[in-house]
Design a binder for this molecule. Structure first.
Ligand code: ATP
Length: 533
């Protein structure tokens, strides 16, 4: 599928516009039009319904408790110090001295290792030069021991490819000048602003780069105010902002985007079980909404890729048409107790959990009923951890915009269909899953006379109480069908002469093009059935 065609369709039909387009746009920001915002809302609603309101039973068949949150986008800057974002949320950036372009040094930040016998190999990765050397320290040491002195050629190189001599080319991806790229340096991705009238460092604030931290810092508030007990999860959908060095690939890498994140808190001894539960559930969710399994690539991160605190992470990736490599839609991470520990340390507040139920259940044989008293007897650490512990966290973190883009790519279909005379005609159809389709049904009076519009309007008014539906009475019915196909409406309901006689309508299926006649009273049920499929 050609991305340019999709971008054109999205603009033409009102799915996605460039932000501030009449002023020439602004790089990395996008606006969702009337249909795009319905589509994205359906995606967020489906996530909320399936993950928060009605998640499937847990690994042992138990009910799962999930609660929602909606936190401020600007938080106390100390949150971002504790989370590590102030110190470390950066990408390696290089500048081109020729064209003044700035680039994220994504792929090849590499060192060439030259062995004493002249053989060469590469170590490379994503990160600062120091990080890459640190990550490879063991390997380098091994090589050093086995081969004597090895030469690390000499500096990290960005955007290079190996040429015939095994050396790297320093080429700017924009102006193609060789040798003009600077050393990579860390560039913090957080947007800064100031809260209050004075613009100084004391008033500096950040636009949140993720929604997750709002949930960690509210952990105690939620425990104290709602009657949740561990294990349980918090969920939040909201905007996040990252000053990406090179926003690209349409909405895939934007500077303002929306996340759908869960923090699931559990006992450390049960955390692997919950990690597997969420990983499998999240993989499955995408296919239930129409993503073909062949395009979905879950990828367990290798040990060398994992963040230092993570016990396991699976990236759920999708084969976008703009890249030969699958690209991340969501990361499901086992984060251990890293975040709560960090906030305990920085805030000085106790964020551990006391499992009163387990404590009371094991009461038999204990001399004291008070946990504090019991602690004075110096029980073993594992004994204490049965009742009081810093929870481990499983974090499925998905991008609403990235999934919206995947849904658009997946839905885009060009096929050939017979026209009224039986000739094959090119058709552009967006095959959205009915749950996600921006418009669920179009109500079309065959002609604008003989009482058909009145009948159609009545049906439209009834249906719009339950679904987003459209009424369209302009032009030939074939043209109207085609428009609905292009915006991905699963059903077209036509009111014709027979409707006036026996209250039946035709219902046309977008994908099979089959038309059936059904009683007008059954239209609502037909649509509902498709939404449950
Ligand atoms: P990437 O490696 O692509 O930059 P990430 O690993 O930094 O992504 P996370 O921090 O794990 O991303 O964020 C969770 C999710 O938020 C991602 O899986 C993605 O769906 C979404 N996301 C992150 N950055 C962006 C962005 N710049 N534009 C749109 N969505 C994003």
């Amino acid at each position: 599928m050609d991305m340019e065609k999709l971008v054109a369709l999205c603009r033409r039909r009102g799915f996605i516009f460039q932000s501030s387009e009449i002023y020439g746009g602004i790089n990395g920001f996008w606006d969702y039009g009337p249909l795009g915002c319905e589509l994205k809302k359906n995606i967020k609603d489906a996530w909320w319904q399936d993950m928060v309101r009605n998640p499937p039973p847990g690994p042992d068949g138990q009910e799962i408790t999930m609660v929602g949150l909606d936190c401020a986008q600007i938080m106390n800057p100390k949150v971002w110090e504790a989370s590590g974002h102030v110190g470390g949320f950066s990408d390696p950036m290089v500048d081109c001295k020729a064209c003044r372009g700035r680039f994220r040094a994504d792929h090849l930040l590499s060192f060439t290792i030259i062995f004493p016998n002249g053989e060469k190999t590469l170590i490379s990765g994503l990160g600062s030069p120091q990080q890459i050397l640190e990550l490879n320290a063991k390997k380098l040491e091994r090589w050093q021991k086995a081969n004597g002195v090895i030469d690390v050629w000499p500096k990290p190189i960005a955007f290079g490819d190996l040429n015939e001599e095994g050396r790297m080319k320093f080429r700017c991806p924009t102006c193609d000048e060789e040798g003009m790229l600077t050393e990579p340096r860390a560039f913090n991705l957080m947007f800064e602003s100031h809260a209050g009238a004075i613009k100084d460092d004391a008033n500096k604030v950040y636009l949140r780069p993720e929604t997750a931290q709002g949930m960690f810092v509210n952990f105690k508030n939620v425990l104290d105010s709602s009657r949740v007990k561990l294990p349980f999860g918090m969920a939040q959908i909201g905007k996040a902002f990252r000053n990406e060095i090179n926003p690209r690939n349409y909405t895939f890498r934007s500077r303002e985007f929306e996340q759908m994140e869960i923090e699931f808190f559990c006992h450390p001894s049960e955390s692997m079980k919950w990690y597997e539960y969420w990983r499998d559930l999240r993989k499955k969710w995408y296919s239930t909404l129409g993503i073909k399994s062949g395009n979905l690539k879950p990828r367990e991160q290798g040990k060398e890729e994992l963040a230092h605190y993570s016990i396991g992470t699976t990236d759920i990736e999708y084969m976008f048409p703009f890249s030969e490599e699958p690209q991340e839609l969501e990361g499901v991470a086992h984060r251990g107790a890293f975040d709560l520990n960090a906030h305990m340390k920085h805030s000085g507040k106790d964020l551990s959990y006391f499992d009163e139920e387990a404590w009371s259940k094991d009461a038999a044989g204990r001399k004291t009923n008070s946990f504090k008293e019991w602690l004075k007897g110096n029980p073993a650490a594992e004994e204490i951890e049965k009742y009081q512990y810093v929870p481990h966290v499983i974090e499925p973190s998905a991008g609403a915009d990235r999934f919206t883009l995947a849904v658009l790519c997946e839905a885009y279909t060009e096929d050939k269909q017979p026209d009224s005379k039986g000739n094959l005609e090119e058709r552009l159809v967006m095959k959205f899953h009915p749950r996600l389709a921006p418009v669920k049904a179009a109500i079309l009076p065959l002609v604008k006379k003989d009482g058909m519009p009145e009948k159609a309007e009545k049906l439209y008014r009834e249906l719009k109480q339950c679904f987003k539906v459209e009424y369209d009475d302009s032009g030939a019915v074939g043209r109207r069908y085609r428009r609905q196909d292009e915006i991905g409406t699963p059903f077209c309901i036509t009111i014709d002469g027979e409707t006036l006689q026996n209250d039946s309508v035709t219902i046309r299926d977008r994908d099979t093009l089959q038309q059936r006649r059904i009683p007008i009273t059954e239209v609502e049920a037909e649509i509902r059935k498709a939404l449950r499929s």
